[in-house]
Design a binder for this molecule. Structure first.
Ligand code: 5GP
Length: 199
């Protein structure tokens, strides 16, 4: 029986290591994928259009909103970000689970439209540790780092609708926790009841 894919929302401050742990989880799997967002922010050194993001201007972004092409969208630290709807819907219909790496306002929109989505919040052991990681990454100015830390604090206060929290101290442990969440979700009565019905 073809089952629908699951929508998995991953949020948490930039620099908490969300994409690293998701890539570990989906490595070598054809039943899970990552959605590529559109953004109006400029590419960082090393980022490739169509890989990290589809980089578009604000005008095109507004047009996508007007044409209802985005499943959700938000403004984050001065830039627009959004999830192209069609990619997600096609994958889910084909039985492929889709990860969205999105911030809290977008996650709330998804949660309201698709309450069955699994919502996971990823954090560092402390905000000081987050600051260290952002400084080490070297892609943001000191002002941008302060902006991201401020936004992280705000997001922590808005995160009460998530299902799970992963504290990413050691990446292997965090990736294992993500695997455990996905396994437990697959074993839920609601996910497995067709086994009883078709026994
Ligand atoms: P960054 O600029 O560091 O790549 O991303 C900044 C924030 O935007 C991160 O918290 C990331 O999760 C979020 N983000 C990335 N893509 C999307 C999206 O499509 N929608 C929303 N709402 N947030 C996104």
């Amino acid at each position: 029986m073809q089952t629908k894919g699951r929508l998995i929302v991953i949020s948490g401050p930039s620099g908490a290591g969300k994409s690293t742990i998701v890539f570990k989880a989906i490595e070598g799997r054809d039943d899970m994928c990552f959605s590529t967002s559109v953004t109006s922010r400029s590419p960082r050194p090393g980022e490739v259009d169509g890989r990290e993001y589809f980089f578009i201007d604000r005008e095109r972004f507004q047009q996508m909103i007007a044409d209802d092409e985005l499943l959700e969208h938000a403004e984050y630290v001065g830039n627009y970000y959004g999830t192209p709807r069609k990619f997600v819907e096609d994958k889910l219909a084909a039985g492929v689970s889709v990860f969205l790496d999105i911030e809290v306002q977008g996650a709330r929109q998804v949660s309201e439209k698709m309450p069955e989505a699994i919502k996971i919040f990823v954090i560092t052991p402390s905000l000081e540790e987050l600051r260290r990681r952002l400084v080490k990454r070297g892609t943001d100015s000191p002002e941008a780092i302060e902006g991201r830390l401020r936004r992280a604090r705000e997001e922590y206060a808005e995160a009460d609708f998530y299902d799970y929290i992963i504290v990413n101290d050691k990446v292997e442990v965090a990736a294992a926790e993500l695997q455990a969440i996905l396994t437990a979700e697959n074993c839920k009565y609601s996910s497995r009841k067709h086994w009883l019905e078709n026994a």
